[in-house]
Design a protein around this ligand. Structure first.
Ligand code: CA
Length: 226
């Protein structure tokens, strides 16, 4: 069970986020202004923080600045009401964290929190990734399934690496676009569908249990259980 801090001044929204994260098995603390949020964040006892950008007393950016200056590395998902992506929020994301623009689906928020939690547990550098009978060598960028070497294009490899690093988690198309293509917008094409289909053809060979699953209406998941 992870400990998640939700900093949100809109009570209804805070409650919805809390319920969603609790449904994912996490323990949730809520702070309703920036100062209360900062005091809790500085305890360092949280595994992830969802942080509204516009907050009374102390805004979200000032809060995350203060937390980082105190040497606390808890991953932060910044939630912003601005539709245009703020440059500084973009900077935060480059620092290893993430952001989400309101309005958002609660499922999208929960999926992003899961990825941040996974990332904070997995800070060590690795050169090999393994999932079921799939092996990725991150240095030679080679892939084997059930011992058979597979030939992947560069984007297919990056997509598979992202799926393996976040296995058994739902990954939305937006998350995949941001992580693999570095797009902050939906290009309104079937880019992802095309790449997933190609990757599937190479990975999920006939006679082997399929690993790449479509989660209807949500995205994709790498899983060895159907
Ligand atoms: Ca707010």
């Amino acid at each position: 069970m992870a400990q998640v801090l939700v900093v949100e001044d809109d009570l209804e929204m805070a409650d919805e986020i809390r319920c969603e994260l609790q449904a994912h098995g996490h323990q949730v603390d809520v702070a309703q202004d920036g100062a209360a949020g900062l005091a809790l964040a500085l305890t360092g006892r949280f595994d992830a923080i969802t942080l509204d950008r516009g907050l009374p007393v102390l805004d979200g950016l000032a809060l995350v600045d203060a937390v980082r200056k105190a040497g606390i590395l808890t991953p932060v998902l910044m939630v912003s009401a601005f539709s245009a992506v703020d440059e500084r929020i973009r900077g935060l994301r480059a620092g290893g964290d993430d952001y989400l623009v309101k309005p958002f689906d609660l499922a999208e928020l929960a999926a992003r929190v899961e990825v941040l939690l996974r990332r904070s547990q997995n800070r060590a550098a690795v050169v090999n990734l393994q999932f079921a009978d799939l092996e990725l060598d991150l240095i030679s960028r080679s892939v084997r399934r059930a011992g058979t070497e597979l030939v992947l294009m560069s984007k297919e490899f990056q997509l598979l690496e992202y799926l393996v690093r976040n296995s058994r988690q739902v990954l939305t198309k937006r998350m995949i676009l941001e992580a693999v293509w570095h797009f902050n917008f939906d290009p309104a094409t079937n880019l992802i569908e095309v790449h997933v289909a190609r990757l599937r053809k190479k990975i999920d060979l006939p006679g082997l249990p399929p690993l790449i699953h479509t989660v209807r209406g949500a995205g994709y998941m790498l899983s060895d259980t159907p």
